[in-house]
Design a protein around this ligand. Structure first.
Ligand code: AMP
Length: 366
């Protein structure tokens, strides 16, 4: 949310704020809430901006202009591999393939209709776990699940269906970002049409991580983003979902599904951050169909992490957005845990929070 210096700008304010200040009658946002105070022109509002505010807006504009000029295709490295899984494959085999190839998602292909069938992600495995948990007698059945049955599993446990969203690789990158924010997808497949056959062709998958890295490496304007995490209210600070080293893994998975989050900080009794359990950790735990291990503690489960695990990244509320972009430029960051001087948990900044701020702050979100 904007800080006070910026709230004079005509951005749509948080309609919840007036409720807290004025009581019940303000529960409904008045149209005037969205307008500048009488007699204030946009030029006057801009005059009241500090040099840091102006730099910040300039930095954001340079990122948005860049994303509008580049296509999703531009984000792809010169050479890359793409593993596509056939929907006839057994779910348990798909797990091994992901693990063997060191990947955490893959596009699906329906060879019966020769069409793209959505993106397989860690959420799908978490759904299978949820299904097994609700139907423990069906273990032998769970073992025989094919990727094509994921939709039925989702229906049975009443969760969001498999993501089938995609974008054309030659569309502006800005469009891919907006699509991801709209659907809360953390990655998006690039799907083209083959000239010869007229059929769909999956080109690659781009992630929020790759897009932010692309921005960090190529947009000099990121240097202008000198406002701090607390200035711009980046990330989530209230209602944080956490666990301790003793929490059973299955409880953490339930949290992830219930709140649609991809990680849960692990803290001690003083709220000091010890680690972060991530949705991708689930893959190593259930490989080989070891569903019974889900009652083991988070602490034990984290021992199964691969040796090349990228680590946990932290920051403070005083850190500036340009230093976060520096970290993204240099490292494989998937989220930042916000801590105080004593390592105590304050909040969490996910890549979607950064993308959301960079794309939408001050914009009229249509
Ligand atoms: P993510 O699923 O990590 O991309 O995050 C989606 C949204 O949930 C972002 O706004 C995060 O700040 C927020 N979030 C992530 N992890 C947690 C958590 N453990 N507790 C509460 N909110 C979270």
């Amino acid at each position: 949310m904007p800080d006070t210096a910026e709230s004079t700008r005509p951005a749509a304010p948080n309609p919840v704020e007036p409720t807290a200040r004025h009581g019940h009658e303000s529960l409904i946002a008045q149209p005037s809430t969205f307008l500048l105070p009488r007699g204030h022109s946009r030029a006057m509002a801009e005059e009241s901006l500090t040099p840091v505010d102006k730099d910040q807006l300039q930095g954001l504009k340079s990122i948005r202009d860049f994303l509008k000029k580049r296509t999703s295709y531009d984000v792809l490295p010169l050479s890359f591999r793409l593993i596509i899984l056939n929907t006839d494959l057994l779910v348990k085999k798909s797990l091994n393939i992901l693990l063997q190839n060191g990947i955490v998602s893959a596009p699906l292909w329906d060879s019966h209709t020769s069409t793209f069938a959505g993106l397989l992600t860690t959420s799908d495995y978490i759904n299978v776990v949820q299904y097994y948990w609700q139907n423990p007698d069906a273990l032998s059945q769970v073992d025989q699940f094919r990727l094509s049955s994921l939709r039925e599993i989702e229906k049975a446990i009443n969760v969001q269906p498999l993501e089938t969203l995609s974008v054309h690789p030659m569309r502006p990158l800005y469009e891919a970002c907006r699509q991801m924010l709209k659907t809360r997808a953390r990655r998006i497949p690039l799907v083209d049409i083959d000239d010869e056959t007229g059929r769909e062709m999956v080109v690659s998958v781009i992630t929020q991580y790759r897009i932010l890295k692309f921005i960090a490496v190529n947009v000099e304007g990121t240097e202008l983003l000198k406002k701090s995490v607390s200035d711009i209210g980046l990330g989530t600070y209230g209602d944080l979902q956490t666990a301790s080293m003793d929490t059973p893994v299955i409880d953490v998975m339930h949290m992830m599904v219930k709140y649609n989050i991809s990680s849960v900080p692990i803290i001690d009794s003083d709220r000091r951050v010890l680690n972060v359990f991530e949705a991708v950790d689930v893959i190593a735990i259930i490989k080989g169909g070891a569903y019974e291990e889900l009652t083991t503690s988070v602490g034990e489960a984290l021992l199964k992490r691969a040796e090349d695990f990228a680590g946990i990244y932290t920051c403070s509320e005083e850190d500036r957005l340009n230093s976060i972009f520096d970290t993204i430029r240099k490292s494989r960051v998937h989220r930042l845990v916000v801590i105080d001087d004593e390592n105590r948990l304050r909040g969490i900044i996910s890549l979607s929070d950064i993308l959301q701020y960079v794309l939408l702050y001050g914009e009229d979100d249509d």
